[in-house]
Design a protein around this ligand. Structure first.
Ligand SMILES: Cc1cc2nc3c(=O)[nH]c(=O)nc-3n(C[C@H](O)[C@H](O)[C@H](O)COP(=O)(O)OP(=O)(O)OC[C@H]3O[C@@H](n4cnc5c(N)ncnc54)[C@H](O)[C@@H]3O)c2cc1C
Length: 685
């Protein structure tokens, strides 16, 4: 091993592949100060927009690496409704038999349900987050050999000039896509296999088309029939390429279509199934695709009182992509072997109906990054005892991820079944069922919530697998089910509570700041904080603040007693969130806080320093009036108490993992002591 030292350049993590998953992992590793090298075989970002839909978890994870501002201004736009339209009539304006409303903010993340985006632009923004002292992106570098021993992984890659380089790292992550090198060439011979994830889906071939649409004008198309009826070019576009995403549940040829990217891009996706016996390449040729799509972009003349049918001018349509692709629902039996790990499409692939491909890779990345962060914090000689600790950590990681994957797959299957159902009896029964569901407001609301009706995921605790002689950690999965751990922490909006009197004495800066609204993730995981795990203190009202603060100081010693450090969990960084709807700063600050400040009890806590440690819930209206809402729909259906309700009464002290999952939610100092010791125990192995 030692003689390898000279021949290998050394880093902590190597990521093979810089698609959305690799870039997201790199972004989080940079935030966590983990040194890594990203090897990408292509020279630039692929220009082919494959993925177009990203769910609210995905948006939240983009927010987590600091690019929320670009989400609606540069990356995409809210997807609004998913409309499921039935029958064999080729009319995009038919009434939907089912609508899911993804424009609302009911999912518990504070975001809309889905955005539609342009994958290359999304990837550009992701790459911008990688730039740091901790990351080196090496483009045109193709991994061609992987090996490992107990402490290191080794890889060789070829650069653009054909030179071969050797790289050694503590962990090697294959984020190299569904046909990637890591699985096929290194892990499959070691027994890792892509297996069907669900028997509801057989592999199917579809054609995916991307069109870029120009607007016809009276000058460019003087004979176009709708000008005489007063239509503007934009009206024409809206008529033929309507907003909202459509699932065309036509038993003869299922399809999906809708806009993507920014509205100004005028991009349109149409995907349709290739029937048995049809040749996929032939079906993707322009003659065939026009034959299939043109009925959808042709309107009967009689609807406009015109003698002839109206079709969108073909010369205003540019084809950016038209290609068959095969989809399947598959995932690997194991996602790691020793120190070599798979994530994103390299570990699992989805049918396209739920927009879960990119978001799943993002979830893999965010939940892996913090584990790699603590696994690489200590030098190899310390980590060698116990030598297989990383294996149980990684197994715990992918077993959690597999639970989430099943949930994502369930919604994908539900959408897929609507689209591909061809049996007339089942279609009839479905129509009856949906008719009844729509009559009852609560059921109707559930239908409109779509995949969000299940709420945020809660992991089920699984013991380490029997016979796993490598399992040494105190927890197989890093959360405490007996202390309410395992739930994905909801995100709400909040605003700082300011000690008005103290602040005014210093120029009123914090009072002005008090008008600002934040996402709770951004204050809990403020980039300036050092602790890997964070502490959130949820209080019913401000009068509980002193007691809570005392509880924290009484437990503070546990971190050190358990052998931990402030890099792992730091009580001084705790975020206090007051669940009171009333404006605490206006109603009570002058009175209560300033009088408390005179006896010194809350002075430090509420002193006008950055970042303010005490927050209270902000309303939908306050969010709507804040810069965070610019460009996105104002929150509809937002419940500021979502977080409090999800936690349940009395669970005041919440230890949150960096991937936004609750490690433990505690009622009192005893529970908190137990939980903090468990955090340190887990992180220290
Ligand atoms: C038609 C279509 C529609 C889709 N629609 C959606 C959608 O609406 N929503 C959604 O979420 N997803 C969608 N997807 C899926 C989505 O595009 C993928 O899930 C996503 O790109 C996976 O990201 P990844 O980073 O895991 O892998 P990839 O994007 O495949 O990236 C892998 C990277 O690894 C690099 N690489 C490979 N081998 C090597 C090597 N040996 N050395 C160095 N680098 C290497 C590749 O060049 C590539 O850049 C769609 C896919 C298709 C084809």
């Amino acid at each position: 091993m030692d003689n390898k030292d000279d021949r290998y350049e050394t880093t902590d993590v190597v990521i093979c592949g810089c698609g959305p998953t690799g870039a997201m992992l790199s972004g989080y590793l940079s935030r966590m100060s983990v040194k890594h090298v990203v090897l990408e075989k292509e020279g630039g970002i692929t220009t082919d927009p494959r993925g177009i839909a990203l769910d609210e978890d995905g948006i939240r994870l983009l927010q987590g690496i600091g690019i929320y501002k670009s989400v609606y201004s540069e990356i995409g736009t809210c997807m609004q409704l998913f409309k499921f339209i039935g029958g064999t009539q080729k009319d995009l304006h038919r009434d939907a038999f089912l609508e899911m409303d993804y424009a609302t903010t009911e999912g518990g993340t504070g975001h809309v349900g889905f955005i539609c985006h342009k994958q290359p632009i999304l990837e550009q923004h992701l790459r911008a987050t990688m730039a740091s002292d901790f990351c080196q992106l090496r483009s045109q570098c193709t991994v061609m050999e992987i090996s490992q021993d107990l402490q290191w992984t080794y890889c060789r890659y070829r650069d653009q000039d054909g030179q071969v380089h050797a790289l050694r790292s503590r962990f090697f992550v294959g984020a190299d896509g569904k046909t990637g090198f890591t699985r096929k060439n290194y892990l499959e011979p070691l027994g890792i296999r892509m297996e069907p994830a669900h028997n509801a889906f057989y592999d199917e071939t579809w054609v995916a088309l991307n069109w870029q649409i120009d607007l016809p004008t009276q000058k460019s198309h003087p004979d176009f029939a709708l000008w005489s009826l007063g239509y503007s070019p934009q009206d024409v576009y809206d008529l033929f390429f309507p907003a909202n995403f459509r699932f065309i549940c036509n038993p003869l040829r299922p399809a999906v279509c809708g806009r993507f990217g920014l509205p100004s891009d005028r991009l349109w996706r149409f995907e349709f199934v290739v029937r048995p016996g049809e040749d996929p390449d032939e079906m993707a040729a322009s003659e065939k695709t026009m034959e299939i799509i043109s009925p959808y972009i042709t309107h009967k003349g009689k609807g406009f009182g015109l003698p002839q049918d109206v079709q969108y001018p073909e010369d205003c349509i540019s084809v950016l992509r038209s290609r068959p692709f095969r989809f399947a629902a598959r995932d690997c039996n194991r996602w790691s072997h020793g120190r070599v790990i798979l994530c994103g499409d390299a570990a699992h692939v989805f049918p396209p109906f739920g927009g879960q491909g990119i978001a799943s890779g993002f979830r893999d990345a965010a939940s892996l990054a913090w584990r790699l962060s603590f696994l690489t914090r200590r030098p190899p000689h310390e980590q060698a005892n116990p030598p297989h600790r990383h294996e149980s950590v990684l197994e715990g990681w992918y077993r959690e991820r597999k639970q989430q994957l099943s949930a994502s797959l369930a919604s994908t299957i539900e959408n897929g079944r609507f689209v591909t159902e061809a049996n007339p009896l089942r279609i009839f029964l479905r129509t009856c069922y949906l008719f009844v569901m729509n009559l009852v407001p609560r059921w109707r609301r559930e239908l409109r919530l779509g995949r969000r009706k299940e709420g945020l995921i809660r992991y089920r605790y699984e013991e380490a697998q029997d016979g796993d002689q490598h399992h040494h950690g105190p927890l197989a999965m890093p959360f405490m089910p007996e202390l309410n751990g395992g739930l994905c922490l909801p995100q709400v909006y909040c605003k700082p509570v300011v000690a008005v009197g103290a602040d005014r004495a210093r120029g009123g800066e914090r009072e002005r700041e008090g008008a600002r609204v934040f996402f709770t993730d951004d204050v809990i995981f403020d980039v300036r904080k050092t602790g890997l795990f964070q502490l959130l203190v949820c209080l019913e009202n401000i009068s509980e603040l002193d007691d809570a603060r005392e509880t924290l100081s009484s437990v503070n010693d546990v971190v050190v007693d358990a052998g931990g450090t402030e890099d792992e969990i730091c009580f001084d960084e705790a975020t206090y969130l007051i669940q009171d709807d009333r404006d605490v700063s206006k109603l009570q600050c002058d009175k209560d806080l300033n009088s408390a400040a005179t006896d010194g009890s809350m002075r430090d806590l509420l002193a006008p320093v950055l970042p303010p440690p005490v927050y209270q819930l902000a309303s939908a209206e306050e969010f709507a009036g804040s810069p965070l809402c610019e460009g996105r729909p104002t929150p509809q259906g937002y419940d500021p108490h979502y977080l409090g309700k999800a936690l349940g009464r009395g669970l005041q002290y919440v230890i949150v993992r960096p991937d936004r999952f609750i490690f433990a939610a505690c009622r009192n100092s005893d529970e908190l002591r137990t939980a903090v010791a468990a955090v340190v125990g887990y992180l220290r192995g």
